[in-house]
Design a protein around this ligand. Structure first.
Ligand SMILES: [Zn+2]
Length: 388
């Protein structure tokens, strides 16, 4: 203790202020931090809330902002809102040009007449090859005969111009009810005729299953997504009686396994971006599955070495997708993928209270992630005019 006291003023204060002792393996009580092994101390000034603590970053290091992607990109997870008018399309194309997004896949999960009106506006536009459209699935009333009807609707939507289906929303698995009132499981056998139709028609199903795993955990101070769950109460999937994260993963994988000839795209890295070893295993087990990168940048950017190793190995199974259409957020993706910058800001505090690091992907992998994998998976994308 003499050494400790002599080393720093903090040690002295900890002793004088009667720092709390803890045993090995214990945590300090709330409001205190472990200043030396076994010794907890509370700050003398009231600490700021996590919202108000905004330390200036004093790290001086190279910065390479990337406003435009290095290679033309396909955003397979586009939620551009309305593409039903020439004005809306022209405005979108201007933004896409500024970011080097060559094609956006409109993943608004629409079917029938809503799909037809988007297709009509696009077909009348000089920019029609800047977009492709995914159809939707209407999961209401699943019961006997539903699968065959859904397969017919899929066929009609493809005839109308869709090149696949998506984004099948997270409500499938979490909230959608069957005709009999029970939760519609992702691996429900009534859906089999529909998944078989995807194989027969040779188009992919782009599906969002579950949510980040912390959304299923209690809202306490150990939850990485505390701020997000506190801001957006409807994202809490931790209510008793609801499906767990693991239950949804099991159901999803059952679906992948049961339909090996159907090509599935797991949105959001299948929510395994925080566990790339698990994701690698999934891709090894299911050759019919590819993944897209929407809304998981915060997990890649905090593990640049592991993410680089993963993407260099599995780049032909990975597609760029952004999800929310907020133009100023795309350059964060380009910067994480393309540079080796250290410790830079991410765009949403409530996703990540940490900083990003660049992965520095090779050109060949960038091309795969930005467009080559998508061109292979979504055969209806414009296939010509891409760099080799
Ligand atoms: Zn999604």
């Amino acid at each position: 203790m003499v050494l400790l006291s002599a080393a720093t003023g903090v040690g002295v204060a900890a002793q004088r202020g009667g720092g709390t002792r803890i045993q090995a393996g214990q945590e300090c009580p709330p409001g205190a931090t472990e200043v030396r092994p076994g010794n907890c101390m509370a700050p003398s000034d009231a600490p700021p809330s996590i919202l108000d603590y905004r330390p200036r970053n004093t790290l001086v290091v190279g910065e390479h902002k990337v406003p435009k992607a290095k290679f033309p990109a396909i955003d397979v997870h586009g939620h551009p809102g309305n593409v039903g008018s020439a004005d809306a399309i022209n405005r979108l194309v201007g933004i896409m040009d500024s970011l080097n997004i060559k094609v956006m896949l409109v993943a608004e999960n629409v079917s029938g007449s809503r799909l037809a009106s988007s297709m009509a506006a696009l077909n009348a536009s000089p920019h029609k090859d800047r977009f492709r459209v995914l159809a939707g699935i209407d999961f209401s009333g699943v019961g006997p005969g539903w699968g065959e009807r859904a397969a017919k609707q899929l066929e009609a939507d493809l005839k109308a111009g869709a090149i696949g289906v998506g984004e099948v929303p997270k409500s499938f698995g979490l909230r959608v009810r069957k005709a009999d009132g029970s939760r519609l499981r992702v691996d429900d056998p009534e859906l089999d005729p529909l998944w078989q139709a995807f194989a027969r028609l040779d188009v992919p199903a782009f599906i969002h299953t579950a949510e980040p795993q912390e959304f299923f955990q209690p809202l306490d101070y150990t939850n990485e997504r505390w701020l997000e769950l506190s801001l957006f109460a409807d994202r809490r999937n931790n209510q008793p009686g609801g499906p767990t994260f693991e239950q949804l993963m099991t159901e999803r994988n059952n679906m992948f396994r049961k339909h090996p000839k159907t090509r599935f795209v797991a949105a959001h890295f299948g929510w395994h971006a925080n566990d790339l070893g698990r994701l690698a295993k999934l891709l090894d087990e299911f050759p019919n599955v590819t993944i897209e990168a929407g809304a998981i940048l915060y997990d890649l950017g905090r593990q640049p070495r592991a993410a680089k190793a993963f993407l260099e190995k599995y780049g032909d199974r990975v597609m760029f997708g952004k999800d929310a259409f907020i133009p100023e957020e795309y350059p964060y993706y380009w910067r994480v993928f393309e540079t080796t910058d250290d410790y830079f800001e991410y765009y949403r505090d409530y996703h990540a209270f940490w900083k990003m690091y660049g992965i520095g992907l090779s050109d060949e992998t960038l091309k795969k992630v930005y467009y080559k994998t998508a061109l292979r998976v979504f055969k209806g994308l414009p296939q010509t005019g891409w760099p080799q």
